[in-house]
Design a protein. Structure first.
Length: 261
């Protein structure tokens, strides 16, 4: 209990073990080996076939088994490493070349035949290839395949209805354009008729307006005397024109005026 541990180990009376020094007779392991029949300088085993030199254990960090490092060093040494030869470096005979061509042709033929057979088991809807018939049948009855099939049918129905609606819409637009053209032509024709009707009375009234001032000047120039106003006789000018009502002009001598003669 009074022993106190030192901080550093005292190595003055210790002897370092080494593979170069043999075990002394005072060693416990040495005495046990002698009791089991081992003799100094002989190998272990019934027939003394064991190694005489001890296995050297150097200081290392790797946790490899006994002899593993020597094995790795042997196989990774430069003189023992042999790389695989390239196809160019291999010396082939004509027989090897023909044999390789025959094998390649046969494999290609078999592969093409298998692909032709497996085309029957290809699902274009799901883009899946099967090798066996029962796998393909189970796929056709699966939920994934039927779901894709129903979705495709729905898309086709929507596209067909959409095309029909577009066609009807285009026809309706074409009919509207035709009706607009017809209405525009009818409006232009109606405006033309109205313009012709408005121009016809203007041409018939124009001569009356031109002849009117000359008659009034003549009438005003001839109005004098003491006679009463009498109804006008045949009008001056064209007989087809309506008689005009004369206005009453006062005289300096009275209220009566001469008729237009």
């Amino acid at each position: 209990m009074s022993h106190r541990p030192n901080e550093n180990l005292d190595t003055e009376g210790l002897e370092q073990a080494s593979v170069h020094t043999q075990l002394t007779a005072s060693n416990v392991g040495f005495r046990l080996l002698q009791k089991m029949g081992w003799k100094t300088g002989k190998g272990l085993g019934k027939n003394e076939q064991g190694i005489l030199e001890p296995i050297r254990a150097d200081m290392r960090d790797a946790k490899l088994g006994v002899g593993k490092q020597e094995e790795d060093d042997f196989f990774t040494s430069e003189e023992n490493v042999q790389r695989k030869k390239l196809n160019i470096e291999l010396e082939e005979t004509e027989e090897h070349i023909k044999k390789r061509e025959v094998i390649a042709e046969r494999e290609h033929k078999i592969r093409s035949e298998v692909q032709e057979i497996q085309k029957v088991f290809f699902c274009s809807l799901c883009n899946k290839q099967y090798k066996l018939a029962h796998e393909f049948e189970s796929h056709l009855s699966s939920y994934d395949h039927n779901h894709r099939k129903r979705f495709k049918e729905m898309r086709e129905m929507q596209s067909s209805s959409g095309n029909r609606d577009d066609r009807q819409k285009r026809e309706q637009q074409r009919e509207e354009k035709e009706l607009a053209k017809i209405a525009q032509l009818a409006d232009a024709h109606r405006k033309q008729q109205q313009q012709e009707k408005s121009e016809a009375p203007a041409e018939s009234v124009a001569p009356k307006k031109i002849a009117g001032p000359s008659n009034q000047d003549q009438r005003q120039a001839l109005k004098f005397g003491f006679s009463k106003m009498a109804p006008s006789k045949a009008p001056v000018g064209n007989a087809s024109k309506k008689p005009k009502v004369l206005t009453k002009v006062s005289s300096v001598f009275g209220n009566d005026s001469d008729d237009d003669s």
